[in-house]
Design a protein around this ligand. Structure first.
Ligand SMILES: *Cc1c(COP(=O)(O)O)cnc(C)c1O
Length: 415
């Protein structure tokens, strides 16, 4: 008999022994502030659906309409015959939303990172990434063959040291294409909820003649006067070469995007392999995303984002009023980390360290009707396992109250 299954079972056992085994949990309801799992209804603090759009009537209606008009599937890649009107509408809407010349969408954010970075860079180039960037960017960097350098999280001195080294290395005499240096960071970090110092990173990239790509996966739809993202809030959008994001988080749909110049988009259409060699997404996803961007820009989008920040403020105030100094300290240090304003983050990590402690805490919360995921290696570093709380505009004041009281029990037990 083949050694295949026994080998995989042994590997799975090793993963289990480290407290790192992961399993899928079937959800029998739409995404929302409450979800049904295993016959029980749980308050959901795990979703990136920050504005409560994934199950919003406007998105559902746009998706259904696209199905009726354009069918269920796209039939081919965009370059063959799958470039259906909903994708073009979405890209026009995105470019107008972000204030860029052009936009290109991909089937996922993951495919966006992989397609874009591998198209732009090759083995003579250098890619410099923040230590905490998303796996899609790390995978893309490796696949590109470029030299990968990692700077300590949000550490500008470390970044500058690497940029200085990179500037010495690239010689202007090298023929076409000239070696380039690309810096990649997230704007709001996915597992820590803190913000990158984009202004300072831009000053460095301009000083050293590098390019910058910013992944706004957890900021699009939330930050800035038009909710375009943290780059808008900091007034730096037009100095970033490559603005990336996903349509699957605050925008409540599915897919990924690049916003930038016309040459960038034209180049990606020609060179991004995850775009070229993949069937176009379902048109319903594009139409739902278009509806989401319109909604985010409307007064409803504004009130939903204000509601989200109110919930974050309530979480912070709620923890201050508990008798648990440890919880207050942990939550305070997490929610006040967007450095450039008083605006908190919807992502609040409660770092417990030990993998099994995080899993036990998540189980305990589930028993109390709260769904908060334990995040472990490889999503975060070993020994930094955590509860990752995500707040949404759909949560109620009572939901936050239930969360605070359950968390303070856990923190008191663990400290
Ligand atoms: C989720 C995420 C992605 C991937 O986007 P998907 O649309 O889910 O594939 C990329 N970058 C960051 C920072 C993310 O959090």
């Amino acid at each position: 008999m083949s050694t295949f299954d026994p080998e995989l079972k042994a590997r799975l056992e090793a993963i289990r022994e480290q407290g790192l085994l992961r399993e899928l949990r079937r959800v029998d309801s739409p995404q929302g502030q409450r979800i049904r799992i295993g016959g029980r209804e749980l308050i959901n603090f795990s979703s990136n659906d920050y504005l409560g759009l994934a199950n919003h009537p406007a998105l559902k209606e746009a998706a259904s309409k696209a199905v009726m008009e354009f069918g269920a599937g796209a039939g081919a890649s965009r370059l063959i015959c799958g470039s259906l009107a909903p994708f073009h509408e979405l890209e026009e809407t995105l470019a107008a939303f972000k204030g860029t010349e052009a936009a290109l969408t991909f089937s996922t954010g993951y495919a966006t990172a992989v397609g874009t970075i591998t198209a732009l860079l090759g083995k003579d180039d250098i890619i410099i990434v923040d230590k905490l960037v998303h796996a899609s960017i790390v995978d893309a960097a490796k696949l590109s063959g470029a030299k990968l350098r990692v700077f300590a999280h949000n550490d500008l001195n470390d970044l500058e040291d690497i940029l200085r080294w990179a500037a010495k290395r690239s010689s202007p005499q090298t023929p076409n294409p000239r070696p380039q240096t690309l810096i990649v960071t997230e704007s709001i970090f996915s597992m820590d909820g803190d913000a990158a110092p984009l202004r300072e990173i831009l000053a460095l990239k301009e000083k050293y003649g590098a390019w910058l790509m910013v992944d706004e996966a957890h900021a699009t739809g939330l930050y800035g006067p038009h909710r375009r993202g943290l780059a808008e809030q900091l007034g730096v959008s037009d100095r970033i070469e490559i603005q990336m994001g996903t349509l699957g988080k605050a925008l409540g749909a599915s897919g990924g995007y690049i916003c930038g110049s016309r040459p960038l988009v034209d180049f990606l259409v020609n060179r991004a392999r995850s775009f070229i060699f993949s069937t176009a997404p379902v048109p319903a996803a594009a139409s739902a995303a278009t509806a989401a961007i319109q909604l985010v820009q409307s007064s409803e989008g504004q009130s939903q984002s204000e509601l989200l920040w109110k919930r974050a403020e309530q979480l912070s105030a709620g923890t201050r009023s508990t008798a648990s100094p440890t919880l207050t300290e942990k939550i305070e240090s997490a929610v006040e980390r967007v450095p450039t304003s008083a605006i908190p983050s919807p992502i609040v990590p409660l770092i417990l360290g030990d993998e099994s402690a995080a899993v036990a805490a998540a189980t305990q919360l589930r028993d109390q009707g709260l769904f908060v995921p334990a995040i472990r290696y490889p999503t975060v570093a070993r020994g930094s396992a955590r509860l990752r709380i995500t707040l949404t505009a759909a949560h109620s004041n009572d939901d936050i109250g239930a969360l605070v009281s359950a968390l303070s029990q856990i923190v008191n037990r663990n400290s």
